[in-house]
Design a protein around this ligand. Structure first.
Ligand code: DMJ
Length: 644
């Protein structure tokens, strides 16, 4: 191991500058490959330092290059006293002596500096060689992490988003309900949020979710194998609304330092959109902190490859690193799912608005246009669409899982556009009309329910997820065609009542995942695997919308019943857990604190006991994960890309 071969500077050979180098030559033969690599790295670092030293010198000193203590071996020595070689030096004698003296001093000081640098580098190299394999690996890993962080900071800085006029942000206030009883209830909900957050902070920080009994992190396949702090992002706006500002700042700091989307993880496009992009956008609008906007746009870029399908209908999943997309195997021969590709509109319109990039808007408008061209069996939208052929899959229609938020986003696209997107409203109205005709029935006991359409047959079963529709009908009542506002508000109230019954007919006073209206059964679950409650929000969501539109106190009462039941049966020392059987007085826990419990369930409860001027519904539209986005009053504004 001799340096000269690597340093052909002047054609001369440089003696080894590493003491003991020859003994290393023998030793190196016995080193493992990775150690050899590290050794090589150290040496190249040392050599680079020699070169680097030169380039970092001040400009004036570069004129004395190679005159740095190694001059004897690098270049022929130059004697400045020899006249003719330095004509300028002899012109003014006194001055010449003085200059010469000064130059010598400068040279000497430079020599000292370079020697010191070399000695330090050698010392470091020696210390490195004394370290164990593990220590070196740890050091390399730390260095890699630091470089990755620097890169992310640069990436973030390299994404300038030109400022756009901020939409009118109305009603970001305390929402004090006035009434002391309501205040007390609201404080209790806030305390529950704090318990959920603190537990996650303590046991699951940075993981997607929390296992509140095992007291450790948790994740599911919707997030791939990533650790993207889903609970942090999902909870931010709830923390903000509740005035939990230290917790909010803690979450923000984590996002700034750790939220990284260049991970080799295959995630659900829908879930990442509603929880992460929705959560980041809402946090941005509420707090005004740029980092959330930048992160939302960065993440959206990572989702875009999912749209690279023959039809432009996105894949359900995309690998954030490679951009490769695919569909769930179980979804009607690899189809895309209506509620997934149909629940992107709100967030994508905001992304275009904030970034000026027309791409997002165009992607979701393309989906809308494609759907408009397709025939619909009985006017109903099947839940499955093949992204390769653009044809419907299995004829299964549902306002619960697989279909739900597609309808919700049609209505909300209209509301979010300040009611200018009339195409969306018309599509919503037509869809709801077909749903009412084919799916909504009254049970013999007088309960209105929304069933599921399966290949020409109505299944008289309703899911917990479907219960959100009560709120949707109430929200869409104003603006419905043929003066049917009263009808839709009534329908909302009936669904709220049915869903309340599904809670009230259990032992725990918590609703099952699915319940039947068949063979004498009314709003109760039959199968064991439909008896669980996993901290879902939909019933409470409907109570809140109904409260806002009617101010009927029963909705606050029902909401409080649910809050008490959750606190009694789902609360454990490490957070909140789902339960496996709402008909059992001592149910087993599922040991998952879902991120939507903080994003939605607790937020809707808090809003239920707040005054209406906290996030009023004519200025804010909540995405399907309860993240509030402001109405974009687009009357005098054209979104980039909307002309095409
Ligand atoms: C949430 O992630 C969203 O509300 C979604 O639209 C449906 N399901 C869950 C909560 O149950």
């Amino acid at each position: 191991m001799t340096a000269p071969a690597l340093l052909p500077l002047s054609g001369r050979r440089i003696p080894s500058v590493v003491p003991g180098a020859s003994s290393l030559t023998h030793h190196r033969a016995t080193l493992r490959l990775s150690e050899k690599f590290i050794l090589l790295l150290i040496l190249s670092a040392f050599i680079t330092l020699c070169f680097g030293a030169f380039f970092f010198l001040p400009d004036s000193s570069k004129h004395k290059r190679f005159d740095l203590g190694l001059e004897d071996v690098l270049i022929p020595h130059v004697d400045p006293n020899i006249q003719g070689r330095h004509p300028g030096l002899a012109v003014i004698h006194g001055q010449g002596d003085h200059d010469e003296h000064r130059h010598r001093e400068e040279e000497e000081s430079l020599r000292r500096k370079i020697r010191a640098d070399h000695e330090q580098a050698l010392q470091e190299a020696k210390e490195k060689l004394r370290k164990t394999h593990q220590e070196l690996r740890a050091e390399i890993q730390t260095e890699k992490n630091r470089m990755a962080q620097d890169l992310h900071k640069k990436e973030a800085a390299a994404l300038p988003l030109s400022p756009v006029p901020m939409p009118r942000l109305v009603g970001i206030n305390d929402g004090d309900p006035g009434d002391p009883e309501m205040k007390e209830k609201r404080d209790k909900i806030r305390e529950m949020m704090k318990h959920a957050w603190d537990s996650y902070r303590q046991y699951g920080w940075g993981h997607n979710e929390l296992k509140p009994l095992a007291k450790k992190g948790h994740s599911t396949n919707i997030f791939g194998n990533s650790q993207m702090g889903a609970t942090i992002v999902d909870a931010l706006d709830t923390l903000y609304m509740m005035g939990l500002h230290d917790e909010f700042k803690d979450g923000q700091a984590w996002i700034e330092e750790n939220l990284d989307f260049s991970v080799n993880a295959e995630v659900s496009v829908f879930e990442v959109n509603i929880r992460f992009i929705g959560g980041l956008l809402a946090a941005y609008y509420l707090s005004g902190q740029e980092v959330f906007k930048v992160k939302a746009v960065q993440l959206a870029e990572k989702l875009l490859p999912a749209f690279n399908t023959p039809t432009g209908i996105p894949w359900a999943m995309v690998n954030l690193k490679s951009g490769v997309g695919r569909n769930w195997g179980w979804a009607s021969a690899g189809s895309s799912i209506l509620a997934e590709f149909g629940t992107l509109h709100m967030e994508f319109v905001h992304l275009t608005y904030l970034s000026g990039n027309p791409n997002y808007y165009q992607k979701v408008m393309h989906i809308r246009k494609l759907l408009a061209k397709l025939d619909r069996p009985n006017g109903l939208y099947p839940n499955y669409l093949n992204p390769r052929t653009g044809r419907w899959g299995q004829h299964h229609t549902s306002v619960g899982g697989l279909g739900d938020s597609f309808y919700e986003y049609l209505l909300k696209a209209w509301l979010m556009s300040d009611r200018t997107d009339t195409e969306a409203r018309k599509t919503y109205d037509d869809a709801i009309e077909a749903i009412e005709r084919h799916l909504i029935r009254k049970s013999s006991g007088g309960l209105t329910f929304i069933g599921e359409w399966k290949n020409g047959h109505l299944e008289r079963k309703m899911g917990h997820l479907t219960c959100f529709a009560g709120g949707m009908f109430a929200l869409g009542a104003d603006g419905s065609p043929n003066d049917k506002a009263g009808h839709y508000l009534q329908l909302g109230a009936e669904i709220a009542h049915t869903c309340h019954e599904s809670y009230d007919r259990t032992v725990l006073k918590l609703g099952p995942e699915a319940f039947k209206f068949d063979s004498g059964l009314e709003a109760v679950a039959v199968r064991q695997n439909e008896k669980y409650y996993i901290l879902r929000p939909e019933v409470i969501e409907t109570y809140w919308y109904m409260w806002r539109f009617t101010h009927d106190p029963k909705y606050r009462q029902w909401g409080w019943e649910a809050a008490e039941a959750i606190n009694k049966h789902c609360r454990v020392s490490g957070g909140f857990s789902g339960v496996k059987d709402v008909y059992s007085s001592s149910p087993a826990y599922d040991d998952v604190q879902q991120s939507f419990f903080l994003a939605e369930t607790l937020k809707y409860l808090y809003l239920l006991f707040s005054s209406d001027d906290l996030l009023p519904l004519d200025s804010w539209v909540f995405n399907t994960e309860a993240h509030p986005l402001p109405v974009l009053r687009l009357v005098n504004l054209t979104l980039p890309g909307s002309q095409q």
